[in-house]
Write a new protein. Structure first.
Length: 72
């Protein structure tokens, strides 16, 4: 199973809880999620949309929060 096919299958079977995913499908989707999260954090840093608490940046912002919500 290649990277694109694994991501596509994971989104198609989002709410299907029967059966098991092959190892390659699981790890390719994990890699996709990780890369998307890093990209969202970089965009937050570039645009300056980081959330702050007591004057310190939390390391994520609105773009990352929206991305995490979509991926959830």
């Amino acid at each position: 199973m290649n990277f694109q096919n694994a991501v596509k299958v994971c989104f198609q079977k989002y709410a299907t809880f029967a059966g098991r995913a092959p190892r390659s499908e699981y790890w390719f989707f994990f890699l996709f999620s990780f890369l998307v999260a890093i990209g969202a954090q970089l965009l937050d840093m570039m645009f300056g949309t980081d959330f702050e608490m007591n004057g310190d940046s939390l390391g994520y912002g609105s773009i990352y929060a929206l991305t995490a919500l979509v991926m959830f």
